[in-house]
Design a protein around this ligand. Structure first.
Ligand code: SIN
Length: 285
């Protein structure tokens, strides 16, 4: 256990994702194995481990193998509140649980920040018998599949994102109460519509149906809106997704720089208790 030669990689049959077999994340992990896990995360965008049992402290430690914690911006809340706790509960039943039990549309975490999050790590403790699957889509593949003319058209454009936890745009239908910290104004940052993955150099179509707000760099705003709608439909095609059916004991780490994620609703009366940390990101280029 926890030796490079025992590691087994089982790619999903989808557009991204791989199961990593042969590790016990609660046990000491040699540096060369951590390095390999980081490379696998960058290659598959989503990696997951079944049957794990780790403490909250270990969860935070593992998350930091992949990057620093998100330091936070006082006036730009992410899910949770303005104080950016190290780990949050995502649950439809716990008193401190966030995000309730409804469907969550495809999004990137913190797309509205000057430095959108690099990733997140989620640990499943209680899972519903049905529903509550999470799906990730591959935005590198989405870019590659664009027609050449469209690639050319969008190469120097920028896109802004809505902060659904802030100000007038604050959402009240996501459940959980605590995330609705709402400063009056949330500053707006435009990031490249086609960003480059800082580790692999691959081009990413940085668009999400829930977050992406406005394309900048096109003179005619009606045309810009139509372009954004087209791109939102493009990134949301079924073949770009990996759908994860959760099991208790799963630990999953996703690369938020090149994936959107969405969640199915959880049926009434079923319990779901997850814990999540996030990995701080850098300025997109
Ligand atoms: C999220 O959108 O970050 C939560 C996903 C989930 O609850 O599976």
């Amino acid at each position: 256990m926890n030796r490079l030669r025992d590691l087994e990689i089982k790619p999903t049959q989808s557009a991204l994702g791989a199961e990593i077999i042969g590790t016990d994340l609660s046990q000491p992990m040699p540096g060369e194995l951590i390095h390999r896990l980081i490379k696998l995360w960058e290659k598959y965008h989503v990696i997951f481990f079944r049957g794990q049992s780790v403490s909250p402290e270990r969860h935070i430690q593992i998350s930091q193998w992949f990057g620093p914690r998100h330091a936070g911006y006082e006036n730009m809340p992410i899910l949770g509140d303005s104080t950016q706790p190290e780990m949050i509960t995502i649950s439809n039943v716990e008193s401190d649980g966030l995000l309730g039990g409804g469907y969550i549309e495809p999004h990137q975490d913190g797309a509205y920040l000057p430095t959108p999050l690099a990733g997140a790590m989620m640990r499943a403790v209680e899972v519903p018998e049905s529903g509550g699957d999470t799906s990730w889509s591959n935005l590198i593949l989405a870019y590659q599949e664009l027609p050449v003319m469209l690639k050319r058209k969008i190469r120097n454009l920028r896109v802004t994102a809505t902060n659904i936890y802030a100000g007038k745009t604050s959402r009240t239908d996501l459940g959980g109460g605590k995330q609705f910290f709402a400063p009056d104004e949330s500053p707006v940052y435009a990031h490249p519509l086609v960003r480059v993955h800082p580790a692999t150099g691959k081009k990413i179509l940085w668009v999400s149906p829930l977050n992406s707000e406005r394309i900048e760099g096109v003179r005619n705003q009606i045309e810009a809106n139509a372009l954004l709608d087209t791109l939102k439909r493009h990134v949301d095609q079924d073949h770009l997704y990996y759908r994860h059916r959760w099991e208790a004991g799963d630990i999953l780490i996703w690369d938020n720089r090149c994936c959107n994620h969405k969640r199915d609703a959880i049926p009434e009366g079923q319990r779901r208790v997850f814990y999540r940390t996030v990995i701080g990101g850098s300025r997109p280029f």
